[in-house]
Design a protein around this ligand. Structure first.
Ligand code: NAD
Length: 465
């Protein structure tokens, strides 16, 4: 510390104001701990609110409306060709959706007495953070929670300095609707934003280097989504890598391995995200990093430095906001001396595409890899009354239970609303329910939620496998 520095003394300093950070700070405040959040943008919400979950879901809602209008032709309703005005669309997304939530978070912080200090923070040692920017100061803390999140990865071959090459943040701004869009990466972001742009009218070519979309997800669940993408996109190239991107006039030429180069109006690079651990002064603390630069934490979200906790994307996969939020609350409770641990067995994953794909717990292939005896039931939505009324019989509900006890180990769902339906599965897994519990619980008819009950019944009554 230097003489003349403004020094703020607090019990808890949270570095980063995204879902992990604000959840930790709000819980600390509820538990009576004097807490500040150091956030470079001064606004709470993080990548989730400004560059990720929320704006992408707003745009996916727009895509879903366009998709539904198109499907309506099946039952005799023709809305004609959609006319899309980007200015009102962007305004709605930014003001009415993101802005509203942002203002909400600011008022929660105020109500809970959590001060937000605007500026980039970096550790000076295990007890203090130096904050730059407009409010320069040193924050001395008893405990800190690091929650600075992740950034999109831009591999050297794809890092072309051109506004036509976008990461997810740039793509969410919808600068225009390019006639030809190349999406590199068939993961969460590539599929979600690829579908948004396809719905808005772009001819989308998607390139994925592995042999299937959403590598790491169950193949049965991915199949209906892959079929939909084949229809929606101009082309899907699997087992393909983009070797180079070059700006030629108003276009980007992409050289794909084993193919002629092709011209596109814009390119979206969505090949993963990396933890943000540089320029944080971590070397002045006892924090240790693991593979891929993730911060090592225990089940209490404590780093190797006894004064510092870490939550969210910078602690590794799965990089999901809801995991970060839970970790944030655990860290806060541990700091307050409560017996709390991140011991959740199910972290639901949801890809908000059309159809949605959601899963949690142990998947069939993971049980096989672990040599764990399981029973598997698949309920096709072709047999669902509710799916028929929606014209969406392409869905699937898959249930994985322990072979000996019938305990629910995992659930996967593909279809509209899968992201909402998976909540029942997470509760079933977390509370150790069995297939019998699911089968004997009355699910309202006709609803898509019956799928899980039907799958469970088929296991009890000698169904599928
Ligand atoms: P991802 O890991 O989901 O997908 C990246 C994809 O790119 C993979 O399929 C990978 O095989 C492929 N790939 C990598 N290098 C490539 C190359 N050179 N050429 C072609 N393909 C290549 O990553 P993402 O889509 O960037 O998303 C990042 C993270 O953000 C996700 O892991 C997820 O945790 C989070 N996220 C979540 C949601 C959600 O919850 N709905 C939505 C968006 C992002």
């Amino acid at each position: 510390m230097v003489m003349g520095d403004l020094v703020t003394e607090v019990e808890v300093a949270v570095l980063g104001g995204g879902p992990g950070g604000y959840s930790a700070a709000f819980r600390c405040a509820e538990l009576g701990l004097e807490t500040v959040i150091v956030e470079s943008s001064k606004r709470l919400g993080g990548a989730c609110l400004y560059e990720g979950c929320i704006p992408s879901k707003a745009l996916l809602h727009v895509a879903a409306v366009l998709g539904e209008a198109e499907r309506a032709e099946e039952f005799g309703i023709d809305f004609g060709e959609a006319r899309i005005s980007l200015d009102p669309l962007r305004k709605w997304k930014t003001d009415r959706v993101v802005g509203k939530l942002s203002r909400g978070l600011a008022s929660v912080a105020k109500a809970k007495g959590v001060q937000v200090i605007g500026g980039r923070g970096a550790f000076e040692d295990s007890r203090s953070i130096r904050v730059g920017g407009d409010e320069p100061q040193v924050v001395r803390f008893k405990h800190a929670v690091v929650a600075v999140g992740s950034l999109p990865v831009l591999p050297p071959g794809l890092a072309l300095q051109s506004e036509r090459v976008m990461d997810s943040t740039a793509a969410l701004e919808v600068p225009d609707v390019p006639e030809r869009l190349l999406v590199i990466g068939g993961g969460y972001i590539g599929l979600e934003l690829g579908q948004v742009y396809a719905a808005l009218g772009s001819r989308v070519t998607l390139v994925e280097m592995t042999d299937g979309l959403l590598p790491g997800a169950d193949r049965d669940l991915v199949q209906p989504l892959a079929r939909r993408c084949e229809k929606l996109f101009a082309a899907v190239h699997l087992k393909t890598k983009v070797a180079a991107l070059t700006e030629v006039g108003d276009t980007i030429e992409a050289t794909m391995e084993g193919q002629d180069s092709q011209a596109f109006d814009r390119v979206l690079v969505a090949v993963g995200r990396r933890a943000v651990t540089d320029s944080l002064g971590l070397e002045t603390t006892k924090i240790k990093l693991a593979d891929r630069g993730f911060v090592l934490v225990d089940e209490h979200c404590r780093t190797r430095d006894p004064h510092i906790y870490a939550v969210g994307d910078l602690t590794g996969e799965p990089m999901l906001a809801h995991r970060a939020m839970r970790q944030g609350r655990v860290a806060a409770e541990c700091i307050a001396g409560r017996p709390s641990a991140f011991d959740n067995v199910a972290v639901p994953a949801v890809v908000f595409t059309d159809p949605e794909v959601a899963w949690c717990g142990v998947m069939e292939f993971q049980a096989q890899e672990a040599g764990r005896p399981v029973k598997v039931a698949k309920f096709s939505w072709a047999a669902s009354g509710r799916a028929a009324t929606l014209g969406r019989s392409d869905g699937l509900t898959k249930l994985i239970v322990d072979a000996a006890t019938g305990r629910v180990l995992g659930v996967g769902i593909t279809g509209p609303g899968a992201g909402e339906l998976i909540a029942e599965a997470a509760l079933a897994i977390e509370t150790a329910l069995t297939a019998e519990d699911l089968a004997l619980t009355i699910h309202a008819h006709p609803t898509l939620s019956e799928g899980l009950m039907e799958a469970a019944e088929s296991l009890l009554h000698g169904g599928d496998k």
